[in-house]
Ligand binder design. Sequence first.
Ligand SMILES: C[S@@+](CC[C@H](N)C(=O)[O-])C[C@H]1O[C@@H](n2cnc3c(N)ncnc32)[C@H](O)[C@@H]1O
Length: 254
Amino acid sequence: MVIDPTNVRVKRALSALAHELGHASVDSLIDAARTRRASIEPELIAALTNNETRFFRNPAAFAAVRSEIPRLRELRSGGSLRVWSAACSSGQEAYSVAVTLGEAGLDPSQAQVLGTDASREAVARARRGHYTELEAARGLPASVKTRWFERADAGWQASEPLRRFTQFRSHNLLHRPAAGSLYELVMLCNVLIYFDDSTRERILGHVAGTVTDGGLLGLGPGDPAPPGFVLAGPPAASLYRRQATRRARVERSA
Ligand SMILES: C[S@@+](CC[C@H](N)C(=O)[O-])C[C@H]1O[C@@H](n2cnc3c(N)ncnc32)[C@H](O)[C@@H]1O
């Protein structure tokens, strides 16, 4: 992650963190980050990015995913469909995918959604699956809310049947995904905007590598599709399908 200390937005975002961590200036915090990357990185990411999210944030994307579910299931000869919500914030994106799978008639033995985020607080919130009335009102149709959520603590709690579709853990996109990670659907939405060009390209390369042949990658509006991916729905959905690799095509025709 390249931090530009001359950027006014960066300076403003980091000044409170510098003070909190006992640095005399933002420059001193950035120097420390360069030498002690691992320990400071999560705090830097939290200060430089925001957790803004909502349920079904891009409705066109979820509609396109819904219509692709039968095809995605055919990509798996057995086992459950695997989905990764790669910067899931407080979980609304992962639960929106889980609802989409549930509404399509799948059960948790047939599909699993992994939500990850660099922010440990966001992951803890996602795991809890509790949303205020206002958060729930942002994107959740009333019928979906009453089918998949329960009233709790003056808000709405993801119900047990919905939670069984999901798992959440911390993952920093600046690091490689675990070896062998493969998904039929990966959502990488509204996060690449926070990075400089070379970091964005690196993250996109790592994440695209986890999409199985024929699988889907959801991006934020305006994010560039990685090589080997083609549009899989209306442009507004920002959903891309991974074309089969030459090796897979040769294996299939053999
Ligand atoms: C604006 S939210 C987007 C949430 C969701 N994907 C959506 O589209 O509604 C961006 C999220 O990216 C996370 N994030 C930022 N940098 C990250 C990184 N290096 N690794 C993992 N998550 C990161 C932030 O913590 C935040 O929760």
